[in-house]
Design a protein around this ligand. Structure first.
Ligand SMILES: [Zn+2]
Length: 290
């Protein structure tokens, strides 16, 4: 599953080849059409397909940014701003190609769900094998409430105080620290991989109650999360091509992980343990992490 650094990688790959281009027409897959007919909302959310397609036609991509694990396509039509919000879910992937034949990997080719035909003849393609991804066309961010409830970007200076304030609330204070740091209302974009790594680096047991960690240590933990996210972005996160090869765990960061997915602790050599926290497998070292 792509986490913040991988999404950042996608934004950086997409931006130079997409910004400034105008959408002429949009095609959606039969799977999406069928789902809409059944009253479900596979991938295209919050709008009828007719509206989605008609509104996007002639929109120009003026910018692409990341917010938490969402990609924001900033669009413009007749001088008015619009926002296409993309969440990659488990297996979403974007391609910028001249023809569909240029997408060579069959698994992605078989699951192409939305094709944006560009006025210059190229294609912006969304593929999603498991279809947990989302595309939501809005006028502005405020039009979709969950976007407004996300914690600040972890790299913003206010993010640490937001984290400390949230962690002190009764609803979070008694929960395991790992569950709290992975909650998008508390910290934006800290998924399982980076939560696992940051806790290991801080020698904090993932199941420790949040209120049993001092404010000083919580500040340090927050900084460790920021550092590990930044390190992963710098390590390449995932380029679009890497991403489609290995499903979001691309880049060289994979080789730098010290606890996520490990059987043996790299520090002390003891076998790692794992426990379920908020439904997610949490690997830790029983000796190094307390
Ligand atoms: Zn250890």
């Amino acid at each position: 599953m792509p986490e913040l650094p991988e999404v950042e990688g996608v934004v950086r790959e997409l931006s130079p080849v997409s910004i400034g281009r105008t959408i002429s027409d949009v095609n959606v897959s039969d799977v999406i059409r069928k789902s809409k007919e059944l009253g479900k909302e596979a991938i295209v959310k919050g709008k009828t397909l007719e509206d989605f397609i008609e509104e996007l036609a002639t929109m120009t991509i003026v910018d692409i940014t990341r917010r938490s694990k969402y990609i924001y396509f900033h669009l413009e039509k007749d001088g008015l701003p619009h926002l296409l919000v993309s969440h990659l879910g488990m297996t979403g992937a974007w391609f910028v190609v001249d023809t569909l034949e240029a997408i060579t990997e069959q698994k992605f080719k078989n699951h192409i769900h939305v094709v944006f035909n560009m006025a210059d003849g190229g294609l912006l393609v969304y593929s999603d094998i498991r279809r947990f991804g989302e595309l939501r066309l809005l006028q502005k961010e405020e039009d979709y409430l969950p976007l407004m409830k996300m914690a600040p970007e972890p790299f913003e200076s206010i993010a640490v105080d937001h984290f400390l304030a949230m962690a002190a609330l009764p609803k979070y204070a008694r929960k395991p620290i790992k569950e709290v740091i992975m909650d998008g209302h508390v910290i934006s974009g800290c998924g399982n991989i980076y939560a696992t790594e940051a806790l290991f680096r801080m020698k904090i047991h993932p199941g420790r109650a949040t209120e049993r960690i001092s404010e000083k240590r919580k500040r340090e933990l927050f900084q460790e999360i920021v550092d590990v996210l930044q390190e992963s972005i710098d390590a390449g996160g995932s380029s679009i091509s890497d991403y489609r090869n290995i499903n979001g765990e691309a880049g060289t960061m994979q080789t730098r992980l010290k606890m996520y997915g490990k059987k043996v602790c790299g520090t002390c050599g003891k076998d790692t343990k794992s426990m379920k926290i908020a439904g997610r497998t949490s690997v830790y070292c029983p000796k190094c992490q307390r």
